[in-house]
Design a protein around this ligand. Structure first.
Ligand SMILES: [Zn+2]
Ligand SMILES: [Zn+2]
Length: 414
């Protein structure tokens, strides 16, 4: 008995690592968000109170091994959903290793085409290994509604951007892949998290103009704290109590920038940084969020959520966003994930957006649909699943009779 007690004390001593404390496993019945330390890149794991898991981004290639090992500790079943916010290497590079390690049931990306080899390889891999590939498209039968993914116990993950085909992708920005990052809001009771990928000022502007509740208890800061993103107008709408910046120690980009840090300070956000704090874990019980980091000496930070009940996010009628010429800086900032060569505009996966003034018939977007030979299901012409199949395809227009005899595919919601 005495021996056992001594052993217990010894184990306790051994586990109390002084400099780098391991963060606990997700607590059942709570919402846990891990901002994983992947160096210069992003990777966030959401574990819902019922154990549903969502991985947002997978860090750079060099973080793949570490990410895979950490996910093995935290995730016991294949991930329910993997979101790639945008096809840059510092967000997708570690995903193949992560997916090999724990598996995934669904994969979502903005559907914004990008010519990099790493992205092509990832899509091939996902096509082979992940059951379902989807774009964050609003339900065509209720285009005003935002796409929301229920994670159990009232936890909801809502996609705020992009909204193709209801609204076209943002173009002619400093970085179009960044500007069309998947932006999501995770709500649980009075608490909320906003994940912004590498959103650019035009993304923030589009969101600010919408009748959306952008407030969030915890903000995953856009573009690693780059100086252009996290505009004052956006932060004043988000009103984050806590801001988390994912970036590498001594990175070449100067992330996070004093400009972004200053604006976060101005709105009263307490800032965490993965380069200084290591992994950041945020646990919500629906009322408060408790944050811990792998920096052992830091005591937990507790913040109270202020979400209004019943109105996590709502979207009224969508007005076409006016394209203000000359309003957008053309200066391009180097991006960790940007390809070295100039990206050629390839035919993109999204349907051609109809301009509000186009005289086309209502309902006819000029979009076409395809079925695989012998299949009772039809897909959007640009569906990644179709692209991967070697089978013969048949093409239909929106109003073809043959389309009515077939049901829409679940991966691309044509
Ligand atoms: Zn990026
Ligand atoms: Zn990035």
């Amino acid at each position: 008995m005495v021996f056992a007690r001594l052993l217990g004390v010894l184990l306790l001593l051994l586990t109390a690592v002084p400099s780098h404390a391991a963060l606990p496993s997700p607590a059942p019945g709570k919402l846990t968000v891990y901002f994983l330390d992947v160096g210069q890149g992003d990777a966030t794991l959401i574990v819902s109170p019922t154990g549903k898991t969502v991985l947002i981004d997978g860090g750079p290639p060099e973080a793949g091994k570490r990410l895979a090992a950490r996910l093995r500790e935290l995730v016991k079943q294949p991930l329910d959903l993997v979101i790639l916010t945008h096809p840059h290497l510092d967000h997708l590079g570690g995903l193949p290793a992560a997916l090999k390690a724990v598996g995934a049931k669904r994969f979502m990306d903005p559907g914004f085409d990008h010519p990099s080899e790493a992205y092509r390889d990832l899509l091939d891999f996902v096509g082979r290994e992940v059951g379902q590939v989807m774009n964050p498209e609003p339900n065509p039968n209720a285009p005003q509604t935002l796409l929301t993914i229920g994670l159990g116990e009232g936890v909801a993950l809502t996609v705020l951007w992009p909204r193709v085909p209801q609204e076209p992708f943002l173009e002619d920005t400093r970085s179009d892949p960044n500007a069309n990052s998947i932006v999501t809001k995770l709500t649980y009771g009075k608490t909320a998290f906003l994940f912004t990928g590498d959103a650019e000022p035009p993304t923030e502007e589009v969101l600010v103009q919408k009748p959306l509740d952008l407030t969030a208890t915890v903000l995953k800061v856009a573009h690693h704290g780059g100086k252009h993103s996290s505009t004052r107008a956006f932060l004043e709408r988000v009103k984050p109590s806590v801001a988390v910046i994912s970036c590498g120690v001594g990175n070449d980009y100067g992330h996070p920038t004093p400009e972004a840090l200053g604006r976060l300070r101005d709105v009263g956000a307490r800032t965490f940084r993965t380069d200084q704090d290591g992994e950041v874990m945020a646990v919500s019980d629906g009322t408060t969020v408790t944050l811990r980091t792998t920096r052992a000496e830091a005591s937990p930070t507790v913040v109270t959520g202020t979400q209004k009940a019943g109105s996590p996010v709502a979207l009224g009628p969508i007005e076409p966003t006016p394209q203000r010429q000359g309003d957008r800086a053309v200066e391009k900032e180097p991006d960790p994930g940007a390809p070295r060569t100039k990206p050629s505009k390839e035919p993109s996966r999204e349907p051609a957006p109809t301009s509000p003034s186009s005289p086309s018939e209502p309902g006819d977007t000029g979009q076409r649909f395809e079925s695989l030979k012998g299949s009772k299901v039809f897909h959007r012409e640009d569906c990644p699943t179709l692209k991967r199949s070697k089978n013969e395809r048949t093409v239909y227009s929106r109003r073809a009779d043959a389309l009515r005899e077939r049901r829409p595919a679940e991966d691309c919601h044509p």
